[in-house]
Design a protein around this ligand. Structure first.
Ligand code: ADP
Ligand code: MG
Length: 245
């Protein structure tokens, strides 16, 4: 089943007299269980695409459907509901609140949910356990290593049990070992818990760890292919990028 569908989605920005087409007639779908990297040079439209997938922005033309519902048909309240039920977000600099413990940081997104404090605590504990941080629940961010802070950020994205976790260049500020370990953690959650991930990166080294690569060039989808890391053997299939090169 498709979680998110783009039908000929175009996004233009106006800067004074100049109009920029950040995304140009993109057709695309996120399927349940996907582990997708959106890649492409700076300015190719990665952030724009993630913002549209996450319903943080609306297209200039074309249609976006989330769980089959056209997003344009929703009012603000329905859109808020849809966002909080559908998405988890891992921020680039992890955005942890320094005065809160790991557990309290992970509980934060649940404050929008109508559940008891005890239930929030239990769910946050479960999310911390999923990223291997049970022992560090009461530590503040400054008492954790960089790698542990990333894991708290992943747990916070997981805690609402979102259908889809989005991350815009989550590894941009990380050294290579930390970047790889973040991708491995996401992959593990994808394989073992069927969490769907879509993240952007322009780090080629990470691409071999994902199961699908979507490539943008000047706002156009220039490739959408399963990778060697995926279960499907695609070596015999014609490469899509050769068609558009
Ligand atoms: N809010 C905005 N206003 C005007 N132009 C924008 C805005 N956001 C992005 N753009 C332009 O849209 C294009 C795609 O940007 P972006 O999606 O940020 O690319 P990427 O994330 O791949 O670097 C770029 O040309 C960028 O300058
Ligand atoms: Mg960007």
């Amino acid at each position: 089943m498709n979680l998110v569908e783009f039908e000929s989605v175009t996004k233009r920005y106006r800067l004074g007299e100049v109009e920029i087409t950040a995304l140009d007639a993109v057709n695309f779908a996120v399927r349940r269980g996907d582990f997708v990297a959106i890649t492409g040079p700076s300015g190719s439209g990665k952030t724009t695409m993630l913002n549209l997938i996450g319903c943080l922005d609306s297209p200039s033309s074309g249609e976006i459907r989330v769980s089959g519902r056209p997003v344009s048909s929703l009012d603000d309240h329905a859109l808020d509901q849809l966002r909080s039920r559908t998405y988890g977000i891992i921020f680039q600099n992890f955005n942890l609140v320094p005065v809160l413990t790991a557990l309290e940081n992970v509980m934060l997104p649940l404050h929008l949910h109508k559940i008891s404090q005890e239930e929030r605590r239990m769910r946050a504990c479960a999310a911390l356990a999923a990223v291997g941080l049970t022992r560090f629940a009461d530590f503040r961010p400054d008492q954790l290593s960089g790698g542990q802070r990333q894991r708290v950020a992943v747990a916070r994205a997981l805690v609402t049990e979102p259908k889809l976790i989005l991350a815009d260049e989550p590894t941009a500020s990380l050294d290579t070992p930390s970047a790889l370990s973040l991708v491995e953690l996401m992959k593990e959650l994808n394989t073992e818990r069927r969490v769907t991930f879509v993240f952007s990166t322009h780090d080629q080294r990470l691409l071999q760890h994902v199961s699908r690569v979507v490539e943008l060039r000047d706002g156009k989808l220039s490739a959408d292919r399963p990778t060697a890391g995926d279960k499907a053997d695609t070596s015999v299939l014609p490469s899509k990028d050769s068609e558009v090169a």
